[in-house]
Write a protein that binds this ligand. Structure first.
Ligand SMILES: Nc1nc2c(c(=O)[nH]1)N[C@H]1C(S)=C(S)[C@@H](COP(=O)(O)OP(=O)(O)OC[C@H]3O[C@@H](n4cnc5c(=O)[nH]c(N)nc54)[C@H](O)[C@@H]3O)O[C@H]1N2
Ligand SMILES: Nc1nc2c(c(=O)[nH]1)N[C@H]1C(S)=C(S)[C@@H](COP(=O)(O)OP(=O)(O)OC[C@H]3O[C@@H](n4cnc5c(=O)[nH]c(N)nc54)[C@H](O)[C@@H]3O)O[C@H]1N2
Ligand code: SF4
Ligand SMILES: [Mo]
Length: 674
């Protein structure tokens, strides 16, 4: 009897992981008595092959954990201390609606700043009814630049974001360059395809200041100094052009601007570049020769190289390599970048045209809260984001969030560091409790996520929250969908026919070209003349020193170490950071440790003019000299003094795209008493 009962109440639901990870795993979720018990990979997305990462296996601990937000609440104590009192949704709505109306009346709509980023990275939970609401309020617009802004600007200007090489085609390549990408952590399903290529004789080149797992298995590892990728890529162009390896017929037929690129590459000899990047000239030459000689040859361009003052130009120069070298037109040749634009989705479901209100670069949140007066930001509405720990210049942001005259709404799943500063805190559903359309940005995939269990407590979906706010502010249009299910159906109906039908009927859409397009064969640059623009003139005007012009680090003797903060296998950005984890360490090379009298396990302070982080030290040769590393995505509870890497990250912007300079911090490290 008992067994029969248990059987009757256990079932498995097929859905998809929409977190901000390139892979977009299809999932089988087991539910027992209305609660999620296990999350496993399924085979419906063939690329993710039935296995998932350890992080998302632990997602039930998040759904039912002590940090989960279950009810609306209002602040009771000082900002930042997370002292809240439960209120009804009605009370919460009344307060928010009153404050939004008041802000609009006194200061104008631009005094309202919506602040959001990846969250659940799908099509439904962002840029749907939320965008309709903030557009109709005439709120400030947000420049969503915290990630992929420089690479996005480069890929758009050069290739119009044409679809790029799929994971499945990596085994065809005879040379693979992993440039500023660490798939062993940040997109694990690419790894077996790379290993397969290696077994079939491919040479692997890794360009990364750290000895990542794949760098250890590479034929050539260029452990460059952070921020020096631009000269490194230009030196390879120079070799191609000056030593007769450029594909002049491809360049003439399919590109513009090649000679200007050649001019800018000319000064970057292997010797000069190697000195700047802190690598051996022979290794750089070997990398250039290997890449030039191999066919097919493939570059996986990541995001590690974009997050510094030269990041936009570096990404441009990297993306231009397959054009100069004539690597396109064959399966397994070309480049892989974000594939999020591959479906040509334009989000024409947003209910209102975008108003011409002021744009706030999200990397300048601290400045927006403290230095902006025309009008000041008086209402901050945070959702799908944890800015208190994920945006640059943490101390300035926290100071801004402390402003007594700022009204902050945070709409969240768990008690994040940002949630602790809310005036009104609203509970959000997780992807296991609602619909989502998840779009892979590694593999070209689009899958429908379904509710697996009832929402915990009184949590609501984004569609429900923003729909209700539109209603209560008298901003709802007759055409607007009402509620999450209607919003999902509305989006499905507005997607191109074949895509919407696939999602409705099978839960997955069939990508063009079987999801494995060959660049310059099946897909072409989405630029006006369908050519690759190797020297986009508008970007030449935007870049501080012009296109492909390198901005060297002038050096700050007090802070000689470059700090990077790459993705870790514990979190996706800062999502899941609430779960228990081992002690956090700063990673440092043995030579740098010795020079400072530091040893493995020491308590240290990492500091610069912006702030300080106190944690323990890990000494190892898997990072280059002159560079130290802290994990991305920490919460304040993970360090001894409550600050994370972003307390040391300046809010300067990248050369192109207004991106964040997370890997451009300069610091010093010293021992402290434990
Ligand atoms: N587990 C996990 N997966 C994730 C994420 C996560 O937080 N955790 N985040 C997701 C998101 S939002 C993104 S954008 C992607 C990011 O995906 P990736 O780009 O792969 O991730 P990162 O760790 O930011 O950077 C990759 C590598 O760049 C190196 N690097 C740092 N600075 C430089 C530099 O100046 N030049 C070069 N050549 N290399 C440099 C780092 O050492 C790191 O190994 O991953 C996604 N996947
Ligand atoms: N130092 C350093 N900092 C970095 C980076 C780095 O490399 N180094 N990388 C940067 C990168 S690549 C990125 S993409 C950013 C990401 O930064 P964020 O956008 O802040 O990403 P997360 O930390 O994942 O926070 C997303 C939050 O959204 C919530 N959420 C998820 N789904 C929903 C939903 O449906 N509704 C609502 N209301 N909330 C939801 C989650 O609970 C989570 O707390 O971080 C950046 N920060
Ligand atoms: S975070 Fe990435 S690897 Fe993990 S389950 Fe989600 S899509 Fe798969
Ligand atoms: Mo990102």
């Amino acid at each position: 009897m008992k067994t029969a009962n248990a059987f009757a109440t256990e079932h498995t639901v097929a859905t998809v992981c929409p977190l901000d990870c390139p892979d977009s795993c299809s999932l089988d979720v087991t539910v027992q008595n209305g609660r999620v018990t296990t999350i496993d990979g399924s085979h419906s997305n063939p690329v993710t092959g039935g296995y998932i990462c350890a992080k998302v296996r632990r997602f039930p601990e998040r759904v039912y954990g002590p940090d989960r937000l279950l009810y609306p609440a209002v602040r009771k104590g000082p900002k930042g201390l997370a002292s809240f009192a439960r209120v009804s949704w009605d009370e919460a709505f009344a307060t928010i609606v009153g404050r939004l109306r008041d802000a609009r009346q006194r200061w104008g709509g631009e005094s309202i700043l919506p602040y959001s980023y990846g969250g659940s990275n799908g099509l439904l939970t962002q840029d749907t009814s939320d965008a309709t609401l903030f557009r109709r309020l005439g709120a400030s617009r947000l420049g969503r630049t915290v990630c992929a802004a420089p690479t996005g600007a480069a890929n758009m200007a050069m290739y119009g974001k044409m679809p790029s090489v799929a994971y499945e085609d990596f085994p065809e390549a005879k040379a693979i360059v992993l440039w500023g990408a660490n798939p062993s952590t940040s997109g694990i399903h690419l790894v077996p395809y790379i290993r397969d290529a290696q077994r079939r004789g491919a040479r692997l080149i890794v360009i990364d200041p750290r000895t990542t797992p794949l760098a250890r298995q590479a034929d050539i590892h260029l452990a460059v100094r952070p921020g020096t990728d631009l000269p490194v890529a230009l030196a390879i162009h120079r070799y191609l052009f000056e030593e007769g390896h450029a594909d002049t017929s491809f360049l003439a037929a399919h590109t513009r601007g090649a000679w200007q690129l050649r001019e800018r590459a000319r000064p970057w000899t292997f010797e000069r570049t190697a000195a700047e990047a802190g690598i051996a000239a022979d290794d750089l030459r070997a990398a250039a020769q290997t890449y030039a000689a191999a066919s097919p040859a493939l570059i996986r361009c990541g995001w590690g190289q974009e997050r510094n003052r030269n990041g936009g130009n570096a990404s441009l120069a990297i993306l231009a390599l397959p054009a100069s070298a004539g690597k396109f037109g064959v399966r397994g040749g070309g480049y892989t970048m974000s594939n999020s634009a591959s479906w040509g989705i334009t989000r024409d479901w947003i209910g209102t045209e975008e108003p011409a209100t002021r744009v706030v670069n999200m990397n300048h949140l601290g400045r927006a809260l403290l230095d902006e007066h025309d009008p000041p930001v008086t209402v901050l509405f945070v959702y799908n984001n944890n800015a208190a720990v994920t945006s640059p210049h943490q101390r300035k942001i926290l100071k801004g969030l402390e402003r007594e005259d700022l009204f902050t709404v945070v709409f969240e799943q768990v008690m994040t560091d940002t949630a602790r500063y809310a005036d009104v805190l609203l509970p959000a559903t997780t992807f296991l409790e609602g619909y989502e359309i998840a779009r892979g940005y590694g593999p070209i995939s689009l899958q429908l996520g379904r509710p697996v269990v009832e929402a915990a407590g009184e949590a609501r979906s984004n569609a429900e929250l923003f729909g209700e706010l539109l209603q209560r502010l008298d901003l709802r249009g007759d055409e607007d969908p009402s509620g999450e299910l209607e919003e999902m159906l509305d989006v499905l109906a507005r997607l191109p026919d074949a895509i919407g039908r696939g999602l409705r009927d099978r839960g997955t859409a069939t990508p063009p070209h079987g999801g494995r397009p060959i660049q310059f064969h099946d897909v072409w640059p989405l630029t006006p003349d369908r050519k690759a623009n190797l020297f986009p003139a508008d970007l030449d005007a935007e870049a501080p020193a012009g296109l492909y012009a390198y901005q060297p680090d002038p050096g700050t003797p007090a802070f000689p170490l470059a700090l990077i903060s790459p993705a870790s296998d514990r979190t996706i950005s800062s999502t899941l950071a609430e779960l228990p984890r081992p002690d956090v360490h700063l990673l440092m090379h043995p030579d740098d440790a010795a020079a400072r009298g530091l040893a493995d396990g020491d308590a240290v302070r990492v500091f610069n003019a912006l702030g300080e982080v106190r944690c323990h030290l890990s000494v190892g040769a898997w990072i280059r000299t002159g560079t130290v590393s802290l994990p991305k995505g920490l919460w304040r509870r993970h360090t001894a003094n409550g600050y994370t890497a972003n307390a040391l990250v300046p809010d300067t912007l990248t050369d192109l795209g207004g991106g964040a300079c997370f890997n451009d911090a300069r610091v010093q490290v010293e021992k402290i008493a434990d």
